[in-house]
Ligand binder design. Structure first.
Ligand code: B3K
Ligand code: ZN
Length: 885
């Protein structure tokens, strides 16, 4: 059944400008755990003929409304569960609205709530309406002043956006602080934090010589875990100045770490609120992946200060304007800090494993969605990661300098405004005097485009003709502008990897020209043929170098061609891609034979490529590690489904077991030698080489762990306790074991870390992803554990999120128990935190990928959810779309 009232769908086409603007807003908070009083003084100016003012508000108790100093009677306004509506014929007027909210019982973690006894807020997308009545939309920009009043013994720290302008004590024993934000902003960027937090301080000198105070607020017990976050912030500030000329614009930048947070972090102006997972780290407690995550999320939120805050979105349909662009910026930052090649491959892996399936499923939407029921459901991989790929297309087409020129014009034109994706595109186009109107299609087309390529070599004329065709979901649509970066390599074994010379016709030079990583072909029609002239042989095609566009590629090439590219291509992406394709072909073959009960095999071509990459001494260690890693399970599922095959998860699990074990057996001595060579560094160091070496070492360990005679190695690495990266890798490698020593290791780990929530999440995660025959029983035990709390999103994601996404054997158990369990958990969670529940339900959206037996059971659980009473609109939207209702 539906939520208590029919949820409303909001459409982009219905956008209307504001009838009223709010010039300034003056907020006073009198903090109290269950009864916080909010006084909101707003100065309005009417901007249209319409006199009806509709202020958004939810979960509020209205105490009073005053207009121009006069208290209004209930008959002067209309009040509903979502709005306060008043007639305002005046040109300009002041409203004072008083409301009461209950932070303590706010488990939705939206608006004002408490986490570990501290007050904090989350307003994006529409959380501000849970604090007070307001025009809660991103194009309503105003100047904010915030006064916070509270008892000092429990709220030593009182923070809000901007600069601290006044503070002091009140006669009643409370104290106060007043903050003034000199920049106009939409209310989704509002923040308030109060509590007994400790601060770590540092500063940054901007390139125009100003001092910015940097402050990190954490709980006292976490003071020793802040160095990396602070260093990341300083690196981000410097990078944005160097790369884009963007300088920070306030005197203070504050970050607060909270334990209960619905997502990663939030870019509130001058006062970021972070999930503590993306702030706190020290080598004993955090893995390399955690350290990298912190560096990139700190950068991401910092970069939002310009892309998002100074120039914001006109409406939520423009979300990718700030998110796609800011993800692109953080990707470029990480590439510069660590390794561009490794970062690119990791991003492509994520895009394919998570975004491609999303775009092929029932929640598929363009990067600019056309409608939504619950906006929070549209903070998706599509809007973020595909959005970032689309921004990258501009840079690929215009070059780094051209892209930067476009950014400069974008800020010159739109600083302080709320704009659209078209405004961004026009800035890019105008700054480079180029017509980019065709790029519009990337914003409105959902689904992953497929490019089919064929080639023909004519030895008489020495021409190589390449034919390109583009479709989405098997159909021709309006053509997308797809940059194809490519090269042609020699097919002679004596000239491995050599790039062949060729030329293009004069007329073709506008659509095909030399670029950084080879040639760039601007593929802009549904079907096109490109002829390369004066080319000596029918070479090997190195296509979509650097993953130059977010597409699926269909190009029939021989195993020899793939092996050669996997061993010699100078483009690290294509080299990795080719070995992945060999692995994928091998996996697909095995899934087919496993389903028929026939013996599996490790293909000769894949073995050859693996061997060459394992033995190549000149290959970067992280790239070597990526080369020998099998494609993610979800990418295999995606591939099987594109071939029209329904998935029997038991075969998939069996195939991965077989492949890992066979690789370990075939390369045991090489893997062991590499493992030893990577050594055990004495002191943990965060840096490109050190990370790469741990990554390769632990990849080798993971394979070796499959061999009984190497088990000791795993236990030894665990017992060394050198750093969390290695400890976690050892525990992860032990997962398939059924030994007392594994149980003892997990118990030791728990005892050592039971008071550290972030480490404890890892302990939960390891067990929730353990694909044993008892996987469902195990996860049921985990939610009963005294340290499991439904109110803490990190814990919920560590158990329920991991189980649904990563435990194929448990979630897809043929008894259906896994489905039944997760659906029941979603129902429980939906009452507590709908945003998190809507994320946990996501694995069910993929039901059509699986075999009929599983499809039927998954669908039955979706129906069960749909029929349950009082579903939140968050979960309702996902479930109803999955059932196509
Ligand atoms: N802008 C926030 C995300 C808000 C999510 C609201 N459900 C974090 C980020 O993308 O930087
Ligand atoms: Zn963001």
């Amino acid at each position: 059944m539906m939520p208590s009232e029919q949820p409303k769908e909001i459409f982009l086409k219905d956008y209307l400008p504001l009838d009223f603007k709010i010039d300034s807003v003056d907020l006073t908070f009198e903090l109290n755990a269950s009864e916080t009083l909010v006084t909101n003084r707003m100065k309005f100016v009417r901007q249209s003929e319409s006199t009806l003012l509709k202020l958004d508000g939810e979960h509020l108790e209205l105490l009073s409304v005053e207009k121009d100093g006069k208290e209004l009677k209930p008959s002067d306004y209309q009040l509903s569960a979502h709005a306060l509506v008043l007639n305002c014929p005046e040109e300009s007027f002041e409203l004072v609205v008083r409301t009461k909210v209950d932070p303590e019982s706010n488990t939705r973690l939206e608006g004002l709530y408490r986490s570990s006894g501290n007050y904090c807020t989350q307003c994006e997308a529409e959380g501000f309406r849970n604090i007070t009545y307001y025009l809660d939309r991103p194009d309503c920009l105003s100047y904010f002043t915030t006064k916070i009043i509270a008892y000092p013994h429990e709220n030593k720290v009182l923070l809000s956006n901007g600069n601290l302008v006044e503070f002091g004590d009140l006669e009643d024993g409370r104290h106060f602080a007043t903050w003034e934000d000199p920049h106009k902003k939409p209310c989704y960027l509002f923040a308030l934090v109060a509590g007994n937090l400790e601060v770590v301080e540092d500063h940054f000198e901007t390139k125009d010589g100003r001092r910015v105070d940097l402050r990190l607020y954490v709980q006292a017990k976490n003071l020793d875990k802040c160095d990396h976050a602070m260093a990341s912030l300083k690196k981000s500030m410097k990078w944005d100045e160097d790369r884009f000329g963007l300088i920070y614009d306030l005197d203070v930048y504050m970050i607060v770490a909270v334990d209960d947070f619905n997502m990663g972090a939030m870019e509130n102006k001058g006062l970021n609120v972070f999930n503590s997972k993306f702030v706190l780290a020290k080598p004993e407690t955090a893995t390399d992946v955690d350290f990298e995550g912190i560096e990139s999320v700190i950068a991401h939120e910092y970069f939002h200060n310009w892309t998002g805050n100074r120039v914001t979105c006109r409406d939520w349909f423009q979300l990718t304007l700030k998110e796609g662009l800011t993800v692109f910026r953080d990707q470029e930052f990480t590439a510069d800090m660590l390794s561009p090649a490794v970062k690119r491959i990791e991003d492509v892996k994520r895009l394919r494993s998570v975004q491609f399936p999303e775009d092929a499923g029932p929640m598929s939407h363009p990067i600019q969605p056309q409608s939504y029921i619950e906006m929070n459901n549209f903070y998706t991989m599509t809007v973020y990661e595909k959005g970032a790929e689309v921004v990258r297309l501009y840079q690929t087409l215009l070059g780094k300098d051209g892209f930067r020129k476009g950014m400069v014009l974008y800020f010159n034109r739109f600083d302080g405004q709320a704009v659209t994706v078209e405004d961004f595109r026009n800035a890019m186009a105008d700054a480079n005097q180029r017509d980019l109107s065709q790029m519009h299609q990337w914003y409105i087309q959902s689904g992953t485009p497929k490019v089919t390529i064929s080639k023909h070599y004519d030895s008489e004329s020495k021409t190589l003709s390449l034919t390109f065709d583009q479709t989405v979901n098997g159909k021709h649509h309006h053509p997308l502008l797809i940059p194809v970066v490519f090269n042609v390599l020699s097919a002679d074994s004596s000239q491995q990897g050599k790039e062949l010379l060729f030329s293009v016709d004069e007329a073709d030079k506008v659509r095909c020209y030399p670029a950084d990583a080879g040639w760039l072909f601007e593929f802009s029609e549904l079907s096109e043929t490109l002829v390369l002239h004066n080319i000596e042989q029918d070479g090997y095609l190195s296509l979509f170098r650097g993953f130059s566009a977010p597409v699926l590629v269909d190009y029939e090439c021989t195993k020899d061609e793939l092996v050669a590219l996997a061993c010699y291509d100078s483009d690290s992406f294509v080299r990795w891609e080719s070995i992945q394709t060999l692995a994928l072909e091998n996996l697909v073959d095995n899934v087919e034979v496993a389903g028929n009960g026939l013996p599996m095999h490790l293909s000769d071509a894949y073995v050859k490529a693996l061997e060459a990459n394992l033995l190549d001494e000149s290959l970067d260690l992280a790239l070597k590690s990526l080369a020998i890693t099998l494609p993610d399970e979800s990418y295999l599922l995606e591939t099987l489904s594109n071939k029209g095959l329904l998935i029997d998860t038991d075969s998939v699990v069996a195939v991965y077991d077989y492949m890992k074990k066979s690789i370990a057996e075939s390369f045991e001595s090489v893997l062991r030698a590499l493992y030893e060579k990577m050594g055990q560094p004495e002191v943990y160091h965060y840096g490109k080489e050190a990370i790469a070496s741990r990554m390769l070492k632990n990849r080798c360990l993971n394979y070796l762990a499959k061999l009984h005679e190497q088990e000791e190695l795993v236990y030894r690495q665990f017992s060394l306790q050198s750093n969390m990266t290695d400890v976690f890798a050892a525990l992860d490698a032990m997962k398939p074991y059924n030994t007392n020593q594994k149980e003892a290791s997990l118990a030791d780990f728990y005892n050592q870390w039971q008071t550290d929530d972030l480490v404890l999440d890892k302990w939960f995660m390891l067990q929730a992803s353990d694909q044993s025959d008892k996987a469902v029983e195990q996860v049921k035990r985990l939610v009963e554990h005294p340290d499991f709390h439904y109110t803490n999103p990190n814990r919920v994601r560590s158990v329920l999120g991991v189980f649904g996404r990563l435990n194929m054997r448990g979630f897809h158990h043929v008894s259906g128990e896994g489905y039944e369990f997760l659906a029941s958990e979603v129902l429980k969670l939906d009452k507590i935190n709908p945003q998190v529940a809507a994320r946990i339900v996501a694995p069910f959206t993929q039901w059509k990928l699986y075999d009929m037996k599983r499809q039927t059971m998954m669908k039955a659980q979706l129906e069960r959810l749909m029929n349950s009473s009082q579903l939140s609109k968050d979960v309702f939207e996902i479930v109803s779309k999955s059932l196509n209702k």
